[in-house]
Design a protein around this ligand. Structure first.
Ligand code: ATP
Length: 207
């Protein structure tokens, strides 16, 4: 469902990703490693946001470099920061993502919105939302299009206790039939989700 072969990425003279290989069947995975080692870089490459220098990524057997649209329709990516247009409302953001994913907002997505307690915020401009509310909106948007691969960078950051518990339940449910690949420093969160820990260093060719 998620396959990575020989992925390399450098910034200037510094090689961050060294021949990364990875194959994930449906389930929850927590990418762990020290600050600055390259976890976010790897997630950006897996999401097709940052092109690798070499190597390839497959999402549901669609190679990101050969069939980027087909591959991206099957994945969802939520970065740690919230790159949301400040002038659109919560509803408009969800509609925008659904349009980009060529799908409708299903009852399942509306249930995720409701479980995060977002219904009362949908008419609010994103720029007027708190950071935690923006984060919940962005996470809820990751359910749009029923992706087979979810790439979430520090998803529990900034969430209150209720939202944290909702996220744990949602990820447990989603990981039954999708790859949930999460970067996090939060060991308790990974345990609650039932995630398999993946040490970043173990993926590097020269370990
Ligand atoms: N666009 C970029 N240009 C140059 N260097 C970058 C760029 N993006 C990231 N880096 C560098 O690559 C290294 C890995 O960064 P990355 O954000 O992937 O680490 P991380 O493991 O996610 O860290 P953290 O746990 O702190 O979030 C860092 O040294 C960072 O400064």
């Amino acid at each position: 469902m998620l396959r990575v072969e020989q992925v390399c990425k450098s910034y200037g003279s510094r090689q961050i990703l060294r021949s990364i290989n990875l194959a994930c069947a449906p389930g929850a995975y927590m990418l762990r490693g020290p600050n600055g080692i390259g976890k976010s870089t790897l997630l950006r490459v897996l999401a097709g946001v940052t092109p690798p220098d070499s190597g390839a990524v497959w999402i549901d057997n669609h190679a990101l470099h050969e069939q980027p649209v087909e591959a991206k329709l099957r994945l969802a990516y939520a970065p740690d920061e919230c790159p949301i247009y400040p002038f659109i409302t919560g509803s408009e953001l969800l509609a925008f993502v659904a349009h980009a994913k060529r799908c409708q907002l299903t009852p399942q997505v509306r249930a995720v919105v409701e479980r995060f307690g977002l219904d009362g915020h949908l008419a609010t401009r994103c720029g007027d939302m708190s950071l935690g509310t923006q984060k919940k909106l962005m996470l809820a948007a990751a359910w749009i299009g029923d992706p087979s691969v979810l790439l979430l960078d520090e998803p529990s950051n900034g969430l209150d206790l209720d939202a944290h518990a909702v996220l744990v339940d949602l990820l447990r449910e989603k990981s039954a039939n999708a790859v949930v690949f999460v970067s996090s420093h939060d060991q308790a969160f990974a345990q609650a989700v039932g995630a398999q820990v993946v040490a970043f260093e173990s993926l590097q060719a020269d370990r």
